[in-house]
Design a protein around this ligand. Structure first.
Ligand SMILES: O=C(O)CCC(=O)C(=O)O
Ligand SMILES: [Fe+2]
Length: 263
């Protein structure tokens, strides 16, 4: 209960359950986690086309998890998320660690059906902007949009429209922050990160919250600060992803297979 009340203070945007907690971990927590992540055997990294990842907690199948015990350096974190959020029915048992170089990202996607529909993402390293787009099944046929506007309204050519007031939005993920999303943000939207080295954070739903601590992260914003000073009338609001970003996606796979052979 206490957890849920506290969480309300961290809601951002228009959707009911998009939660952004700045400084969820300290600088020394970040170093501790990164030391463990980069101290893992090279074979623990799975290279993908546009990023690489470490999988902790076991292998996720469509039908559930073939479990492996999470190491203590990760349970410190997952236990804190579990206790402080109060949003998971039992302890988090799976962590996916993604590493992105400055020009890498992740395609818009929806998380798989094996997971309990709440996700908590801890961000370390360079900041990044995560884009949420309504699921394609909610997209209106452009013809319908034109028909609806035929009573004299202006028709915006080339602009996608979605059902029930769904709109794309973005979130700025600063290092040390925790993003939690569930409900509509989980089921009606895809989430992704663009694969370019500069991200624009203009209009992100958590701009105030994310930029409160800008002083300590000033180096990420230097180019935009200069741009503001030199152009005066135009603010670019860009972040440069100067170094790697490492994220820890913490989730619960409710169905755990105790016995490999009964899978
Ligand atoms: O790196 C991130 O912030 C997102 C990762 C993600 O969406 C996933 O692992 O499913
Ligand atoms: Fe995801």
């Amino acid at each position: 209960m206490e957890g849920i009340e506290k969480l309300n203070n961290y809601k951002v945007g228009k959707l009911p359950t998009l939660i952004y907690i700045p400084d969820f971990v300290t600088d020394s927590d970040q170093s501790f986690l990164l030391n463990n992540i980069y101290g893992a055997p090279t074979s623990k990294w799975k290279p993908l086309k546009n990023r690489r990842l470490q999988n902790w907690g076991g292998v996720v199948h469509e039908k559930g998890l073939l479990p492996q015990v999470l190491p203590p350096w990760l349970t410190n974190l997952t236990q804190k998320i579990y206790e402080e959020s109060g949003l998971f029915p039992s302890a988090i048992n799976h962590v996916l660690i993604n590493e992105y170089l400055p020009n890498q990202g992740i395609m818009p996607h929806q998380d798989g059906p094996a997971y309990f529909p709440v996700v908590a993402i801890l961000s370390l390293g360079s900041p990044a902007v995560m884009d949420f787009t309504p699921h394609p099944r909610l997209k209106l046929d452009p013809q319908d949009v034109i028909d609806k506007d035929s009573d004299g309204g202006t028709i915006e050519v080339g602009k996608d429209k979605w059902l029930d007031d769904h709109h794309p939005f973005s979130v700025l993920l600063m290092p040390h922050s925790l993003l939690i999303f569930k409900d509509m943000a989980y089921s009606d939207y895809l989430h992704g990160i663009k694969d370019c080295a500069v991200h624009c954070y203009d209009g992100v739903v958590n701009e105030t919250e994310a930029l409160k601590h800008i002083d300590s992260d000033r180096h990420f914003f230097s180019s935009s600060k200069e741009a503001v000073e030199t152009t005066a009338t135009e603010e670019y609001k860009n972040i440069s992803r100067a170094s790697n970003r490492v994220s820890l996606t913490c989730r619960l796979v409710p169905k755990v297979h105790k016995n490999l052979f009964r899978f």
